[in-house]
Design a protein around this ligand. Structure first.
Ligand code: GDP
Ligand code: GDP
Length: 466
């Protein structure tokens, strides 16, 4: 499970600044669900070689009385949702009474907590943090969020030492495909292009992890019930915390699935805590853990910014995607046309995903969803040989030469698969890292068209030399 880090502290200590720095490192995709989560902001972050979800809790208002008031609302919930709390204090302001209150609460919760002294820029590091040991939370980590100083090493402390980027990509692939060995760096012999086709049929027999996600009230529960109602279901009473989704094994058309239920349709036997019906963390973790994500949109509401935030997360995660526009029943032809037009406009950037118009309530269109889910999974996990990828790369290069960079022409030499779900194409060549984004996009679209890939993003990685 992708770890969750919450930023907690008085207003003005620099939480948003740190949040922005952590999420910006990777196309800041922020899920902001106003009304639902009050001031909590969620972002996917990458730092020190780790990916994680970061929650910005907004301010705990230090002017209010009493710890429980300070800690009320979203900050409390964010602490519950998080694996680790970064408790931020202001090194310039020094230790404040409200800091004491927050510290007391965190000690009580016994949550893994790191005490972070921000705004240490221009301060003597030792004297800047000395005061804060009095909070009794152990080590004080000095940073300057606005300058980025100390941030990477802080994250390293929190999540452990960085793993080599390439290694992690490969091990993820190996783990997924159940393969040992150094596929990514295999020697390429131009004379032995026809590499052995690896047998990937076992992938077809793995259950497809399918997450059903969407904003509240779009019809996730109705859809899940509809899907399950038609199948024989074994419901597991999964252990875990309330933020976890329920995993439901099911079979459909002789294909096995594990439905990741974020809507809480199948509840555990004992649900004691009151949980928000909709949890962003639950949704984000379900996306990370799925092979294919089914994003449900409400035809009557149209595409909202919240839908787009979710889409951003899904694309960023590299998961396969099928879109279900629900509540398609009882709409006039005119409204249907309008909805379709609006979808075309706002969903242009996810043209790889199949869009279905369904009624979870009446069941229409639901069966067809599974064809697209299977297609998306198949495309995301298909084994493509080095020779084919190299041939396609060569065709793309012949059709449209790479530009000159620094007076020299970029040369693409060969391509091979670097991973699945999402498919990664690794291209080796000279000066490939200098290729402009427009050419990278051209290559990606060329691969997509040539390989007829639907339902999954494709990633291209470039490696210098042979
Ligand atoms: P939040 O209310 O905790 O989210 O705090 P903000 O991120 O909005 O920051 C409050 C103020 O502190 C802003 O004016 C920031 O520019 C400033 N700030 C944040 N981080 C730093 C830092 O590392 N050094 C300095 N000098 N100022 C900072
Ligand atoms: P969730 O919060 O995403 O799980 O949404 P629910 O499944 O609880 O549905 C929210 C509301 O939308 C309920 O009143 C459902 O009856 C209604 N609803 C769900 N699917 C459909 C549909 O296909 N057509 C119509 N007309 N209403 C639907």
């Amino acid at each position: 499970m992708i770890p969750v880090i919450a930023l907690v502290g008085r207003p003005n200590v620099g939480k948003s600044t740190l949040f922005n720095r952590l999420t910006r490192t990777r196309d800041a995709l922020v899920a902001d669900f106003p009304g639902l989560t009050r001031d909590r902001k969620y972002g996917k972050a990458e730092s020190a070689g780790h990916e994680f979800i970061v929650i910005d809790t907004g301010g705990i208002d230090g002017t209010e009385d009493g710890v429980e008031t300070h800690m009320a609302g979203q900050s409390l919930l964010a602490i519950e949702e998080a694996d680790v709390v970064l408790f931020m204090v202001d090194a310039r302001a020094g230790l404040m009474p409200a800091d004491q209150g927050i510290a007391q609460h965190l000690r009580m919760r016994e949550k893994a907590t790191f005490l972070v002294a921000n705004k240490t820029d221009g301060l003597d590091p030792d004297s800047a943090v000395g005061d804060f040991y009095a909070l009794g939370l152990g080590e004080v980590y000095p940073i300057a969020a606005s300058h980025g100083r100390g941030v990477t090493s802080l994250i390293e402390q929190v999540l452990g030492p960085a793993v080599e980027e390439d290694e992690s990509a490969e091990s993820e692939y190996e783990q997924f495909a159940g393969i040992d060995g150094d596929i990514g760096d295999e020697e390429f012999d131009e004379n032995a292009v026809e590499d052995e086709e690896e047998d990937t049929s076992y992938l077809e027999n793995l259950p497809i992890k399918l997450a059903i996600v969407g904003r509240p009230n779009v019809g996730k529960s109705t859809l899940t019930n509809r899907i399950l109602g038609e199948e024989r279901v074994v419901v597991y009473d999964m252990p875990g915390t309330t933020r976890d989704s329920i995993y439901i094994p099911m079979t459909r058309d002789e294909r096995e699935y594990i439905l990741i239920d974020t809507a809480g349709v199948r509840k555990r036997a004992r649900v004691t805590e009151t949980v928000e019906k909709f949890s962003v963390i639950k949704t984000l973790q379900a996306i990370e853990d799925a092979n294919v994500v089914l994003l449900v949109i409400d035809a009557r509401e149209g595409i909202s910014d919240q839908d787009l935030s979710l889409l951003g997360f899904i694309i960023n995660s590299g998961r396969s995607l099928v879109i279900a526009v629900n509540k398609w029943d009882g709409l006039s032809q005119e409204i249907k046309e309008q909805v379709k037009e609006a979808l075309d406009m706002r969903l242009g950037f996810v043209d790889f995903a199949r869009v279905h118009f369904i009624s979870a309530l009446h069941g229409s269109g639901v069966g067809n969803l599974f064809e697209s889910v299977q297609e998306a999974y198949r495309c995301a996990t298909r084994r493509v040989s080095t020779s084919l990828l190299t041939r396609i790369m060569q065709m793309a290069q012949d059709d449209h030469q790479p530009p000159l960079v620094g007076g020299r022409r970029v040369k693409l030499k060969y391509a091979h698969a670097g991973g699945y779900n999402p498919p990664i194409v690794v291209i080796h060549g000279n000066q490939v890292k200098d290729l402009p984004d427009a050419y990278k996009r051209y290559l990606m679209n060329y691969f997509r068209r040539s390989l007829e890939v639907m339902g999954t993003p494709i990633r291209i990685q470039f490696k210098e030399g042979d």
